[in-house]
Design a protein around this ligand. Sequence first.
Ligand SMILES: Cc1cc2nc3c(=O)[nH]c(=O)nc-3n(C[C@H](O)[C@H](O)[C@H](O)COP(=O)(O)O)c2cc1C
Length: 212
Amino acid sequence: MNSVDVLAISGSPRVKGNSKSLLEEFLKGAGEKGIKGELIIINKLNFRPCQACGACSRDGICVLKDDMQEVHKKASLARGIVVAAPIHFGSMSSQTKMMIDRFQAFWAAKHVLEKPRIGEEEGKIGFFICVEGSPVKKFCHSAYDIVQVFYDILNVENRGMLCYSEVRTAAPGIRGNPQAMAQVYQAGVDFAEEIIKRKTEYQVSSAHWFKR
Ligand SMILES: Cc1cc2nc3c(=O)[nH]c(=O)nc-3n(C[C@H](O)[C@H](O)[C@H](O)COP(=O)(O)O)c2cc1C
């Protein structure tokens, strides 16, 4: 089964916006260490919000058949996940939250069935990048708390957050801040180094969930 080492998820409706620029730079940094990444843009996907039907409590699989199936697969097979989200009305964008809610099947597998879809022993890691227009840092922390719950459910160790405030949408946006771009590039390098370190210790073993 084809997989990449790092799954980068942009939760911005601005498909060429600040979140995407930051993720591209993060992946460039990871690439310097030879780590492969794939960037997906949630806003381009076709999927419904979680319907809270409870069906996933039977087998840990979501009954909604849409683009989120592929995201479940990619997240399961990657060694690292990095999410980038803009702040909308005080927390993460609705696109990002809607994607996270669709991981309810992973919650059910872990907490109802006690058969986590991603095992702790797989040693997966995560990172969060947040970007906002205002200087109010608590908005990023609100988004971070949600990402922390997401990573806990996926048994992904959260390696931290970078939050960029007072970033405008007008060009050049975050690209006009070389310090931020260098910082996020370095975060990608560090993330890749951690993945490389863990490759000898941990094995990704979630593939059986997709052989049914
Ligand atoms: C609907 C909407 C709501 C927003 N709400 C906030 C907010 O509550 N606080 C804030 O700091 N910025 C807010 N912003 C600004 C964005 O976070 C900011 O422009 C960010 O740089 C956009 O990143 P992007 O290019 O990745 O989408 C909002 C933008 C939109 C479109």
